[in-house]
Design a protein around this ligand. Structure first.
Ligand code: ZN
Length: 170
């Protein structure tokens, strides 16, 4: 049997290795806790929408996981035994202030969805999409899938984006 090092393969077929790594499923990404920052009761719809990212290993809940908070560099180190907290706020006039109905703020780990956005499907699109910006740590978009903003299914493009952003390829 001829042994070829993974390093050598990566040199010859970089795209093939990248694809292979992406194909491996990883069941242990950080736990994500969603917190409603105002007084409104936590709607199960937010967690349901965010769960569109579950195939990548993230576990979403409104409850504390008991795990320590993730270090700021968790994406680079591949730390998974930790909890990310994402705050959800529903400001009354986001569109007037920011010209958008939903946005993700990386600094405060907060997603804001205009309070007037109440249609369940649009709320789900916005939640899944903005949560994606925070867990992937990027402002990038895809043409289809969750990071297009108009889908609740993880596309290959979403997976490729996640692979580029997170150390342990999901
Ligand atoms: Zn976006």
């Amino acid at each position: 049997m001829v042994r070829v090092s993974a390093k050598k393969i990566a040199k010859i077929f970089p795209s093939l290795v990248a694809l292979g790594a992406c194909a491996e499923s990883r069941p242990d990404a950080p736990a994500v806790r969603l917190v409603m920052a105002d007084d409104s009761p936590p709607l199960v719809a937010y967690v349901s929408a965010a769960r569109a990212w579950s195939p990548l290993g993230f576990v979403f809940s409104f409850d504390a996981s008991g795990l320590p908070p993730c270090a700021p560099r968790w994406r680079e180190t591949g730390e998974a035994e930790c909890e990310l907290t994402i705050n959800i706020v529903r400001p009354p006039g986001l569109m007037e202030t920011h010209g958008t109905s939903a946005l993700a703020d990386h600094r405060t780990q907060t997603i804001a969805i205009d309070r007037r956005k109440t249609h369940p499907l649009l709320l789900a699109y916005a939640t899944a999409h903005e949560v994606g910006h925070l867990i992937l740590g990027t402002g990038e978009h895809t043409r289809r899938g969750l990071m297009s903003g108009w889908n609740l299914s993880l596309s290959e493009e979403d997976r490729e984006l996640a692979c580029r952003q997170i150390a342990i390829c999901l």
